[in-house]
Design a protein around this ligand. Structure first.
Ligand code: FE2
Ligand code: FE2
Length: 333
């Protein structure tokens, strides 16, 4: 998953370090960003920039691997062998996205063990969209169409992020997200050509996910206190409200082709603005879920912790094998 709006301070985040950084270094760093250059791991960077990126990239990585869970539940119940193969590939991609992102965050000096410990203890955040259940097969299609669709909208600007390893990871992630969005839409088109019960199932799933996807872009710009700094650092390129509007404008025509109704009585083309107007988002519900009180927060976290514990022997075996190979290699040399 999934979003630049995710850079939400963790409960235990340390206060920003007092600046003892020389004005010269800061100026050199900022001019490189202003010239659209990239900051690489070996380059000097302000401590606050490094911390912001570690938080954002690790939250993004956590979102990818927690994001495997709602759809992973449907692998054993996919309606055909082809649908199952597509879903397995998609869920596996999300695991891969997590790996690229943990690797990118590691270049900033944060170990994978530390990041995973923060996730497992509940200190670190991940995208709150994954704290909602996928109740039926149409949810799997709607997650691909809308959740991955919102992810693409959020992540394309990250391909131009000022931090090189993050930007490069996002290029491949975006290509794969594009496949995810299309497979979701294709699956929904199939259902919409089916029986009335199948069409109703799609409409019900759209009704449940639409507003949650709009909230994925994060709080309104007027309430996004860290945005100005993230923009100055070239981490964030487009504001939450502008991304949300782009997503709505792109999605309404897709809903028309599909034949579903988006559940917003205020959704209407505004000729003067050249955009769709839309109704108010329930931010109380968003913050409730971000703060741990969504329908599945506890279950998602418990599943990740259990997966980590049950997989410990695999990691230990892989490390033992690597050590043995390194040892054998040395002897042969
Ligand atoms: Fe992903
Ligand atoms: Fe995806």
């Amino acid at each position: 998953m999934y979003t630049q709006s995710l850079s939400i301070p963790d409960a235990a985040a340390a206060p920003p370090a007092k600046s003892v950084e020389s004005a010269h270094l800061v100026q050199k760093f900022q001019s490189r960003i202003d010239d659209d250059g990239r900051i690489e791991p070996q380059d000097w960077m302000p401590e606050a920039y490094r911390k912001t990126l570690v938080r954002q990239i690790s939250q993004h990585a956590h979102s990818e691997i927690v994001g495997m869970l709602p759809e992973g539940n449907w692998i054993s119940r996919a309606p055909s062998l082809k649908a199952k193969a597509i879903l397995i590939a998609k869920v596996q991609d999300e695991g891969g996205h997590g790996l690229y992102l943990y690797s990118a965050a590691e270049t900033l000096g944060s170990s994978r063990d530390e990041m995973l410990a923060a996730l497992h203890s509940g200190k670190a955040k991940y995208s709150s969209i994954f704290n909602y259940p996928a109740l039926n097969w149409a949810d799997v299609g709607v997650i691909g169409w809308l959740v991955d669709g919102a992810a693409i909208m959020n992540q394309i600007p990250l391909c131009r992020c000022s931090y090189g390893p993050y930007a490069r990871a996002m290029i491949r992630v975006c290509k794969e997200e594009s496949f995810h969005q299309r497979q979701g839409y294709a699956s929904l088109l199939t259902l919409m050509r089916g029986t009335q019960a199948q069409k109703d199932m799609v409409q019900d799933a759209v009704n449940r996910w639409w507003w949650k996807c709009l909230a994925m872009f994060g709080p309104p710009d007027s309430d996004s206190h860290h945005s100005a700094q993230a923009m100055k650092w070239g981490i964030k390129r487009i504001s939450n409200d502008d991304l949300r509007q782009k997503f709505i404008d792109a999605t309404v025509p897709q809903a028309e082709v599909l034949g579903v109704k988006l559940p917003d009585p205020d959704l209407k083309w505004n000729e003067a603005r050249g955009h769709y107007d839309f109704g108010p988002i329930d931010w109380d519900e968003f913050w409730q879920t971000v703060n741990g009180n969504g329908p599945l927060n506890k279950e998602r976290l418990a599943t990740r912790v259990r997966a980590s514990e049950e997989g410990a022997w695999v990691r230990e075996a892989a490390l033992a094998r690597a050590r043995k190979q390194a040892h054998t290699g040395k002897e042969a040399a």
